[in-house]
Write a protein that binds this ligand. Sequence first.
Ligand code: SF4
Length: 367
Amino acid sequence: MYGHIFELTRKHLESLITAKFGAQSAQTRANRIFEGLYGRGKVPEWQPQFPEQTHLGTLEYLRSGYSFELPMTVSRCETSAMDGSSKLVMTLKDGLEIETVLIPERGRLTQCLSTQVGCAQGCRFCQTGRMGLLRSLTVSEIVGQVVVAELWRRTQQGVVAEYDRATNLVFMGMGEPLDNLQSVLDAIEIFTDTQGLQFSHNKITVSTVGLLPQLDTLLSSAKTCLALSLHSPFDAERSKVMPVNVRHPVADVIALLRSRAESYGRPYMIQYTLLKNVNDTADHAHALAQLLAGLKVKINLIPLNEHEGAAFRRPDLSRLWQFRDILKEHGHVVTVRLSKGRDIAAACGQLIKSGKPAAGLSSDQPM
Ligand code: SF4
């Protein structure tokens, strides 16, 4: 076996078919295979039903080299009694576990995806960071989260089952997506392929702590939305909370965002987790506002979701509102994320053993 069929973008598939059968009709054959796998946005029942016109020889050839089995199974699920969010624990073929979360909200169903088992970045407020990195996920394990969650959803009742399909994807589960960039880019290509899962680029958000070379690549090659986890405007303090800042200081990251702002075109999302008496003061709010002055951003404030053994505390709400008001006085657009799924440990910063933190499980409420 060379790998899993979900590893292949349509371009890769077409080159394989061309190499084996020649260029004639390779594109059509690749289209048919994609349609069979991903149902043009409506994931078909598994095993995939391939259209009759699919060349049997092509299928036979692919099945001899690639696995068509689903790359993971749903081993546990918890649904929030507070808001209907569902956290799925998925077991991979090697027995490791990851988590993905489905978040229903105001007509959208957002799926939060993991990109690694654990994470090497070691942000101090994050449960996943405490696990260290076990390994990165393959393209098929990233794509598989969407396919498997979709099939699982159809067997359920309740809020998440009411949607036709997930409407938004956020790379904010376990792991730092830019530490697994090529797999993330290939998965995005499959998610957005018109013969694939048919998500539009502006419904996909990639979150990062700001790894500079990879961020540059992402901004120049993908058309998806970007969320930067910032968490402190002060270099020394940010380095203590987020070790990545030692290698990639926040000023350099913001300078890159400024240089790409025109071609990016949209507001950048800035994630700011408020930690009680650490980064939630008026000075922090003013410094953050100045750091981002002139840059088109939407600042998302996230009061920390406390978890067992956490080194930080959730701030008082009065601090949160004061922080928001200062940013607004500086003219910034601010939302407050009152995280979803807190009662099932599926909120930002609570995923572990599988899951992560940082951004996805949000209830972004414009305030
Ligand atoms: S916040 Fe994100 S980048 Fe930081 S340790 Fe957690 S998963 Fe990794």
